[in-house]
Design a protein around this ligand. Structure first.
Ligand code: F6R
Length: 624
């Protein structure tokens, strides 16, 4: 959701904070702000702007250009509104009434109304509608009472709070000092050479340019950060905790568009390379030509994984769609029953979880609040938690007992693309490895599938080669108010994913359906205005989907079909056709999803929309 940055050191803080906010803007972009101070100053300067970080940058540069002051401590925030509309007054940082403290916050304080009433009773007044302002006043209340000990005040306040938070607080009287804390919302601290400077971020992306030494703050921990000293970590009850410094490995080039007009297009085109990375060192071809799948997760937890008779996949959004493909892969290859659950529903039901079950959490960001809560619930009941995550060191990765990183690099475009194909690649390798270990798949089929999986990146390139054709096609669909996406078997989740991609970036209503379900209702929507994307690649249900297409055609629907290379039958029915190379049925989603992504992208661009930052969305959903 929101993005947080912080800096304390010997350099000008503003450029570092603003650059960091640009990098985190994908997490929220309805308003942004920074608070700055420096040695010898008697106040904290706060700058805020509605809309993009660029608006804030203009303001800050105009103001600081004239001042000539050296402001070496600061915090910044890019917001995705939860409480209170996007506006300057609701934007962070929030100042306490005394002016002593400034705070940025990601998360939700659930009992903020009650706290606000109590603080009003102590004379506190509020300018904004936000829960965050309540939090800074609460910290201020304890700060004034305890002789201005900030870390202690933060712990006293957080002990009164119900909810989720990642916060950074700075104080007017002590530039060179920041206090950070987290619960259920990520926060990373970067440590500069010999503690001469510190960087804070909601994720590692704004820090890696400066340092690779980081501390991932744990839940309910507070970090006391002072220039020139070791970071002190304490728990909410003020007992001290270990300082756990890790090395972060991050490809900085992933943070730029690399010549593409949008991150989304860059990430679509990166997919062949990304899934090669997902497979690297995991699918190994021996000198005799035979393949082996080596997954460290399977080595360490083999007994539990191969004993499992029931797998539960929890995820949200695109990751949930990957989970639906995972279900088909695991059931088909391993003959183990799989349920796929929306993490948001799972966590609030009383799901039946056995201690021998394996719960697979799929998440690009590794920070999705619902998915995290779902695995915490499953963990309490003794299940093995297996994370399929992109973001290294993220909360879900750390909470999992074991797992596989998808290794597709940072995904910046809000609409998920390369994470989906990375997740499906990892689920395929996992299914193959388990099937091989338990003998549910013949050796010949195992070898054939591995060989074909390794060829997928090359085949993806062929699909991506049709980008210009898809761009031209997309011209005629910008008028549409509704779209239907149909698929069967492995292509049904791809239809759901295609519909989600179109909805989120082009704001066209779209629905994905298993093609045969059409006649149970949705067919009533079909008329000459309705574009229908049919994913009709060759598989055992091919002729059935052709019948479904005929049903649509006889009602004058406009069919855009995804077919296997060389298909002539569908060409006679569909208005437009996009070809994907032939592959094994279980691997088709890795190819058939690419035209879905490209179509959504081009329709949105043609409509003049900001595909990388669609309205109302945020990249990482750290609130429920
Ligand atoms: C859609 C999209 C979202 C995410 C969902 C889960 O393009 O990006 O639907 O898939 O919010 O996010 P992660 O995978 O980070 O848990």
């Amino acid at each position: 959701m929101c993005g947080i940055v912080g800096y304390v050191g010997h350099k000008e803080a503003a450029p570092i904070l603003l650059k960091g906010l640009h990098q985190l803007e994908y997490r929220g972009y309805d308003s942004a702000g920074v608070a700055l101070t420096g040695e010898g100053l008697s106040s904290i300067s706060v700058f805020k702007a509605k809309g993009k970080v660029a608006n804030l940058e203009e303001k800050v540069n105009a103001a600081l250009g004239k001042s000539g002051q050296m402001l070496t401590t600061g915090i910044g925030h890019t917001r995705w509104a939860t409480h209170g509309e996007p506006s300057e007054v609701n934007a962070h940082p929030h100042l306490s009434m005394s002016g002593d403290l400034a705070l940025v916050h990601n998360g939700i304080i659930e009992n903020y109304q009650l706290l606000k009433e109590q603080l009003s009773g102590h004379g506190y007044e509020f300018k904004s509608e936000t829960d965050t302002e309540v939090l800074v006043q609460l910290i201020d209340y304890f700060y004034q009472k305890n002789g201005k000990n900030l870390a202690k005040a933060v712990s006293q306040a957080l002990n009164k709070v119900i909810g989720a938070y990642a916060i950074v607080v700075m104080e007017r009287n002590d530039p060179g000092h920041l206090v950070a804390a987290r619960k259920a919302s990520p926060l990373v601290i970067g440590i500069g050479e010999e503690n001469s400077e510190f960087f804070i971020g909601s994720d590692a992306s704004p820090l890696v340019e400066y340092t690779h030494k980081v501390v991932y703050l744990e839940d309910e921990q507070i970090a006391d950060i002072r220039m020139g000293e070791d970071v002190e970590i304490m728990n909410l009850d003020e007992t001290s905790a270990d300082l756990n410094i890790k090395d972060v490995d991050f490809d900085i080039s992933a943070l730029s568009k690399g010549g593409y007009p949008h991150f989304m297009l860059k990430e679509i085109f990166e997919q062949p390379h990304c899934i090669k990375n997902s497979m690297r060192g995991r699918i190994i071809q021996h000198e005799n030509g035979l393949y082996e799948i080596k997954l460290s997760a399977l080595t360490n937890f083999k007994a539990k994984l191969i004993r499992a008779r029931h797998v539960i996949i929890v995820a949200c959004g695109t990751s949930w769609h990957a989970g639906l493909i995972g279900k088909q892969l695991i059931e088909e290859m391993c003959r183990i029953s799989v349920d796929v659950e929306y993490a948001s529903e799972f966590r609030y039901r009383k799901p039946v979880i056995d201690k021998d079950d394996v719960v697979i959490a799929i998440s690009q960001s590794g920070e999705t609040a619902d998915t995290l809560a779902a695995i915490q619930l499953a963990k309490e009941q003794g299940a093995l938690i297996f994370g399929i995550v992109n973001s290294v060191g993220s909360s879900i990765a750390r909470e999992s007992d074991t797992g596989i990183y998808i290794h597709v690099g940072p995904e910046i475009g809000v609409a998920s693309t390369k994470a989906f194909t990375g997740q499906v690649t990892v689920l395929t390798m996992l299914s193959l490895a388990i099937a091989n270990a338990i003998g549910s798949m013949g050796e010949e089929e195992f070898q054939r599938t591995c060989e074909e999986l390794v060829r997928i990146p090359q085949k993806m390139e062929k699909v991506l080669g049709q980008n210009e054709t898809i761009e031209r096609m997309s011209n005629k669909f910008t008028y549409a108010k509704n779209f239907l996406y149909l698929g069967r078997g492995y292509n049904y989740p791809v239809a759901l994913e295609g519909a989600l991609k179109l909805k989120e970036i082009s704001y066209i209503h779209a629905e994905g359906y298993p093609a045969a379900e059409m006649k149970h209702g949705p067919i009533a929507l079909v008329d000459e205005e309705m574009p229908i994307v049919c994913i009709a690649t060759h598989h055992h249900l091919y002729h059935k989907i052709i019948s479904n297409m005929q049903e649509v055609k006889s009602r004058k629907g406009r069919i855009l079909a995804i077919v296997t290379e060389g298909d002539e039958e569908v060409k006679a029915i569909a208005e437009d056709v996009i070809e994907v190379p032939a592959t094994q049925n279980c691997l088709v989603p890795l190819l058939s999803v690419l035209p879905m992504q490209m179509l959504a992208y081009h329709v949105a661009v043609k409509k003049g929309l900001n595909v990388d930052m669609p309205r109302n969305l945020a990249k990482s959903v750290t609130v429920e």
